[in-house]
Design a binder for this molecule. Structure first.
Ligand code: NAG
Ligand code: NAG
Ligand code: NAG
Length: 502
């Protein structure tokens, strides 16, 4: 008996000790239980609409959720109040980005500003780009390009519309082509003919890059198992994607450097495309460490990866929302047509005087933020809502869920642009219930350029045509399914019948 007790003693001690240790452990936020070893990884791989999946989970587990991707802790933030905590009050702790293989490779080991972790280099590069690439003035300087490309698109649709009665236009395709040519002209000064081989090559590059960056690599979570990515061929595929992109940038750079344009400096500055500016910055050694061609290429990647899909998504979601809300559609068309009259097209100068149009776009960006999950990473240990959060935790701010928070928005699921009228809510990261561009140190620097593209395109589509559904379809038949990816695009193309206004 005594022997038994003595034998049992260590077990009892261990039990007590273990229990104590458990009690002393800082509590984690609630979250869905994970599986051994992989944690919640399976929940991140399967669903096409990760943001919606996480939104549903947050309604069960709360607006601060803890999950795990393998050994890596992940926090999911789904309320305006906590988004403010993460992106403003404690922005300096939450301002890094997770280092993920696909993004790292395509950004030349994080020499860009979208995916780079928080660092002195990042701060300096960001400051320089905000001044030279993304200023309001620079965004305005691209106005002739915007107006020209949008006019071409409208003319194309007009030709189709008058070719026969009730012709169906693939608006998703039209808008993708527009966004692509627009960004190419702004970034490289090149106009690819929409359906030409160069344009197809470029579109394939963008698609491949998007897919490679959104892909999940085993080595991101289990360094011991990095051979799995080799085995599955993912690594080879990533490498091939990077090589084709690198070759593409190299050609553009050669092209720009050998372009001899006998112009005055002033003329040049006025007509500089983004690549010209980057080359100039490299040659002038403006940063504390000299820029290399890899830096220039990484920045180019940011602009076309971030620029094309976000504009396309915003325009298509706005048109989708309007088709589902005919009263709003009518109201915004009346506003535009009354102001512009018979001028034939909406010039950019009119946009400031179209408050309802801007409210429509703000409301569409609220309900359909192009980047619904904003990734962050903690720089150090910290406290959030009394929970102890580890350094290097991945954080997802779910902008999609936040826009549907009934504590912040009245009737959040309804597309109701009037809510933006006569109120001071803006969408530039000062109000945490609507975060289409993020907020804080990591706010999207391309905000002016992005908004200008979207506003002018939508204004012209609404001014020039009345839009109808295909025969037999009702408003409620238009789906809002989306494709997987960092930028969330509408899954099924938006097919509409344009009616030329007489
Ligand atoms: C519409 O355009 C999209 C994007 O280019 C394309 O994927 C889709 O197949 C097109 N659909 C139809 C019905 O034309
Ligand atoms: C940067 O480039 C300049 C001129 O090309 C050179 O003088 C300087 O030493 C370089 N600085 C560094 C840190 O490499
Ligand atoms: C829409 O958002 C923009 C950008 O934040 C802001 O300048 C504008 O005032 C807003 N317009 C309306 C009508 O809410």
């Amino acid at each position: 008996m005594i022997l038994l007790l003595i034998l049992a003693l260590p077990v009892i001690f261990m039990y007590l000790f273990h229990k104590n240790r458990k009690a002393a452990k800082p509590l984690l936020p609630p979250g869905p239980p994970g599986l051994p070893l992989i944690g919640n990884l399976h929940q991140f791989v399967t669903p096409t609409n990760l943001h919606i999946h996480l939104w549903k989970l947050s309604r069960k587990y709360g607006s601060l959720m803890h999950m795990k991707l393998g050994p890596v802790p992940v926090l999911v933030v789904s309320s305006a109040k906590l988004a403010k905590e993460v992106m403003k009050t404690q922005d300096s702790v939450f301002c890094s980005r997770p280092k993920l293989l696909g993004q790292q490779k395509l950004s030349y080991n994080c020499l860009d500003i979208a995916f780079s972790p928080y660092s002195d280099y990042w701060k300096e590069m960001r400051k320089v780009s905000v001044v030279h690439l993304f200023s309001i003035k620079k965004a305005q300087s691209f106005r002739p390009i915007r107006e020209d490309e949008i006019s071409r698109m409208v003319a194309k649709i007009q030709a189709l519309a008058s070719s026969s009665d009730r012709v169906v236009v693939n608006l998703s395709e039209m808008v993708t082509d527009l966004a692509t040519t627009l960004i190419c002209r702004i970034a490289f000064g090149t106009r690819y003919d929409e359906r030409g081989s160069e344009s197809r090559r470029f579109n394939k590059l963008v698609r491949d890059a998007q897919a490679a960056m959104a892909d999940i690599y085993v080595s991101d979570y289990y360094s011991l198992f990095s051979w799995v990515d080799k085995l599955t061929g993912k690594l080879a595929h990533l490498d091939a994607t990077w090589k084709s992109l690198d070759m593409f940038y190299q050609e553009l750079i050669e092209d720009h450097r050998h372009r001899n344009r006998p112009k005055t400096l002033e003329e040049e500055e006025e007509e500089e495309d983004i690549l010209d500016i980057l080359i100039r910055l490299k040659e002038q050694n403006v940063l504390s460490s000299n820029l290399t061609w890899d830096h220039v290429k990484a920045m180019l990647m940011d602009i076309f990866i971030a620029g094309i899909d976000t504009s396309t998504a915003s325009i298509i979601w706005t048109m989708t929302a309007l088709m589902k809300a005919p009263d709003v559609m009518k109201k915004v068309q009346i506003e535009i047509r009354e102001l512009v009259g018979r001028k034939g097209k909406v010039d950019e100068v009119y946009i400031q005087n179209l408050p309802y149009l801007r409210a429509v776009i703000n409301e569409s960006l609220r309900l359909y933020p192009p980047i619904p999950l904003i990734p962050r990473e903690t720089m150090e240990d910290c406290i959030l809502e009394d929970y102890k959060i580890q350094a290097k935790s991945m954080v997802y701010v779910n902008a999609w869920a936040i826009a549907r928070d009934p504590e912040y928005w009245e009737d959040p699921d309804t597309f109701f642009p009037d809510r933006f009228l006569n109120c001071d809510v803006d969408i530039k990261g000062h109000h945490f219930g609507v975060l289409p561009f993020g907020s804080g140190r990591r706010i999207c620097p391309g905000i002016y350029m992005g908004l200008a593209n979207v506003e002018l395109t939508v204004a012209n589509l609404l001014y020039s045509f009345d839009w109808e559904l295909q025969s037999g379809m009702q408003e409620q038949d238009i789906d809002t399914d989306s494709l997987p990816g960092i930028t969330v695009l509408k899954k099924n193309p938006l097919l509409l019948v344009p009616k030329k206004r007489v």
